[in-house]
Design a protein around this ligand. Structure first.
Ligand code: GLU
Length: 513
């Protein structure tokens, strides 16, 4: 029988979730949904030293904002609860013991000083990468080198120890990565990793493998930085007797800085001028001072746009289509189309996505953003008017907050007039034509943009001018600025009276040559 697809996102709560982590969660989620499987959220908090308060909640809030739904996890519960590794501590010991019993792991009693001395010795002997491994372990104090009675005695007297994996000296470890194909690593390149620390806590490696096995995970989809650990994990599956149900691995490509010069790190974001975190994060720096890191949500990004953008950082559907809802992503996603090569972050692209999603929203929904933002400025606007304004200015907006910025012209008369346009386009005949237009405007109350344009044309031509000669001057008279949304629509929304008064004010204020 086919196994049910079960994937997990397994972050360590060591700080806010980086966008690379969100992408990992997203690809896991897409695969789970596509194949009718389950998505788990497991919190890997065995490294208590790196624990950051609030990070766990932040991770869950971020996934929720992104629309990544979790089927089993610390909030949802599930058949393999608990889903927080610190609460699973008693489960791991037996597997470390099993490995020792079967000859695949050993006790190591070396003190920190002895480990330092070993590294110093190897460095002095010009060994490139000093490690506790199949060669050096022979000189160390462990259950492979010490007599059995001494080991018994050390254990009985409570001497601190760690449990290390006994990595074979000469063996090729191979596995097939769904993105990279066959990965082959020689065991001499792998060190005897600590599986269980002296405080009885498992390390990442042991806890991760035990949990993936017990939670019946079928696919491990994670960042490229975990590729070097994968051969070790393959050995663990083998030694624990779980090779037959070992999950399939897929290591995702790196996310690079926009200029391609290196990995996009947690520290880059605000320095490079864009957020690297989904939500704003309030933390502390090394000196305990409060810090705030910006987030996509607070910067005005819509979750649909953010997710669509992230999906394309390392994956593409193989067609020109760029806009995908979550459901469409699920339908189209496949691990085979995830690229091996690193993906560059593109700030213009994420903005572009936001524009597409913002502008595609119904005008009445955009009007709500506008009403709220204007209310903060003490400006009241009817839903109908807000809808008209939103429809007009949305083409100039990247973020919801841009709508209110673009809408200012409807609530403030020009404080100044664009000088370039005035010096080129403002003259006596133009001012006279505009004054006449203003005089006639009240006859066109409630006129449509087209009717306003017809009136303008008629007045201007009646004065022997062409409409092209007055349009820019009129825009500056009504809005103060040289550019903006469609002028006929602006006048329509302002209404005949307000438009006329603005034109009259400009005619009075601007001298003619
Ligand atoms: N806890 C690891 C992390 O923080 C999990 C890596 C994995 O998915 O195996 O990314």
């Amino acid at each position: 029988m086919e196994r049910e697809v079960r994937v997990r996102f397994a972050p360590s709560p060591t700080g806010p979730l980086h966008i690379g982590g969100v992408r990992t969660a997203l690809y896991n989620y897409l695969l789970a949904r596509k194949l009718g499987g389950k998505m788990l959220l497991r919190i890997e908090d065995t490294d208590q030293n790196r624990f950051v308060p609030g990070a766990e909640q932040y991770i869950m809030d971020s996934l929720r904002w992104c629309g990544i739904e979790i089927d089993e996890g610390i909030e949802q519960g599930g058949p393999h609860a608990p889903y927080r590794q610190s609460e699973r501590k008693p489960m791991y010991r037996q597997y470390a013991d099993q490995l020792i019993r079967d000859g695949f792991a050993y006790y190591a009693f070396d003190t920190p000083e002895e480990l330092d001395a070993m590294r110093a010795r190897l460095t002095a002997a010009k060994v490139p990468n000093p490690q506790y491994n199949s060669i050096t372990r022979a000189q160390m104090r462990n259950s492979l080198t010490l007599p059995a009675e001494e080991v018994e005695q050390l254990l009985a007297t409570g001497t601190p120890y760690v449990i290390r994996l006994k990595v074979p000296r000469k063996e090729e470890v191979r596995f097939q990565d769904l993105i990279r194909g066959w990965v082959v690593v020689h065991s001499s390149a792998i060190d005897d990793k600590v599986l269980m620390k002296s405080d009885g806590m498992p390390t990442y490696h042991l806890a991760n493998i035990v949990d993936d096995h017990l939670m019946e995970i079928t696919h491990v989809i994670r960042g490229e930085e975990w590729l070097p650990s994968a051969p070790l994990h393959v050995l663990l599956y083998r030694y624990l007797g779980w090779e037959a149900t070992m999950p399939q691995f897929a290591h995702l490509p790196l996310l690079l800085k926009p200029d391609g010069t290196g990995k996009l790190s947690k520290r880059d974001g605000d320095k490079l001028g864009f957020p690297v975190f989904p939500l704003e994060f309030h933390g502390t720096d090394a000196d305990g001072q409060p810090t705030v890191s910006s987030g996509y949500r607070e910067s005005g990004y819509l979750p649909e746009a953010f997710i669509n953008f992230l999906a394309f950082l390392g994956w593409n559907p193989g067609t020109p289509q760029e806009l995908f809802t979550m459901d469409e992503l699920i339908e189209n996603f496949s691990i085979e189309r995830v690229s091996k090569s690193p993906a560059r972050f593109d700030q213009n692209k994420v903005r572009w996505y936001n524009e597409q999603y913002l502008r595609a929203k119904p005008d009445a929904e955009l009007a709500q953003y506008l009403i709220e933002d204007l209310q903060k400025q003490g400006l009241d606007v009817s839903a109908d008017k807000a809808t008209q304004i939103a429809a007009l200015v949305k083409e100039r907006a990247t973020f919801p907050a841009d709508l209110a910025k673009e809408a200012q012209l409807f609530f403030e008369r020009p404080a100044s007039y664009d000088e370039q346009v005035i010096s080129k386009k403002w003259n006596a005949p133009v001012a006279a034509a505009l004054a006449e237009f203003a005089a006639q405007l009240p006859t066109a109350a409630d006129a449509s943009p087209d009717e306003i344009k017809a009136l303008l044309t008629q007045v201007v031509e009646g004065q022997g001018l062409k409409i092209g000669q007055v349009l820019q001057a009129l825009r500056v008279a009504v809005t103060g600025a040289a550019a903006g949304p469609d002028l006929m629509h602006i006048m329509h929304i302002l209404g005949a009276q307000e438009t006329a008064e603005r034109i009259q004010a400009a005619v009075a204020a601007l001298p003619v040559a």
